[in-house]
Design a protein around this ligand. Sequence first.
Ligand SMILES: NC(=O)c1ccc[n+]([C@@H]2O[C@H](COP(=O)([O-])OP(=O)(O)OC[C@H]3O[C@@H](n4cnc5c(N)ncnc54)[C@H](O)[C@@H]3O)[C@@H](O)[C@H]2O)c1
Length: 322
Amino acid sequence: MSWLITGGAGFIGSHVVKAMTDAGERVVVLDDLSTGRPERLPDGVVLEVGTVLDGVVVERVLREHGVTGIVHIAGKKQVGESVDRPLYYYRENVEGMRVLLDAAVAAGVGRFLFSSSAAVYGMPDVDLVTEKTPCVPINPYGETKLAGEWLVGAVGARHGMATASLRYFNVAGAATPELGDDGVYNLVPMVFERLEAGEAPRIFGDDYPTPDGTCVRDYIHVEDIAAAHVAAARRLAADPEARLVLNIGRGEGVSVAEMIDVIQEVTGRAEIAPDVSGRRAGDPARVVASADLIHQELGWTARRGVREMVESAWAGWRLRHP
Ligand SMILES: NC(=O)c1ccc[n+]([C@@H]2O[C@H](COP(=O)([O-])OP(=O)(O)OC[C@H]3O[C@@H](n4cnc5c(N)ncnc54)[C@H](O)[C@@H]3O)[C@@H](O)[C@H]2O)c1
């Protein structure tokens, strides 16, 4: 098999590229470098600079590199920005998907793996979110991810493509400091930024119906996410009929207050007490994956814990903010 990885120069994409090449898979990357960095790619991996919105470029890359499977990770991922710029998000995430699938069908690509998100579930009112929990996204970002899944499913069924949509929960950590997340959109880097500035980490709401009153999430190490992609890619290669929709989480809830405690311990900045303010609109109390189906289907289980996520993310943060 020869895999095209879109968004391979990004945070998650570069971990998937590393895991797939380490596992002996042939890989080529298509990335427009809007948020990605070419230095993230290992030596020997070809980078084609271009957007998934350009069907001519995509089809050329697929044919030139004899691509037989696609891992589609490229996309825009900021919830707030998606509310401000819905047309941009629908173009990048949904139109980008349509163009990519169109080229994939034209070039006879038989395998397709898609980076989806727990954002498709919206505000699930359940203890553990299974793949059967209704998808009711509450922002344009989540809508575009769900529409992407629908496109993948419909095209896979009609054109005999093996498909998998992987719904990532809260991604953190890094395999090496160089591959760390550049953005400050998730809890871990947001707390690093506040602590480094000598400011109190912020907690939005401590009156949720959770054990300590703060929101509970399922944090997953990006290397575990990458390992799940290798397992899914192998499954698609072996099973042309595969039509998978799977959560990638640890199945374990960690509260915002607990996470901040670990971050303060790891960074050695425990003296600054968190600042508690009111709830933010659109924050569900608890979103924790059931990770049973992915274990059943792929034999995959997360191996890394919260401390490892925070320590590796902190090493990356220190590298970028010396
Ligand atoms: N980071 C998370 O917590 C998280 C959680 C759930 C799902 N996801 C999904 O995972 C994917 C990757 O997220 P990330 O955190 O690595 O983000 P990222 O911004 O680091 O990576 C995205 C990559 O895609 C590239 N890209 C963007 N638009 C492109 C286009 N039109 N054509 C080609 N390349 C393009 C960027 O340059 C970048 O390299 C996204 O699709 C996101 O929705 C991320």
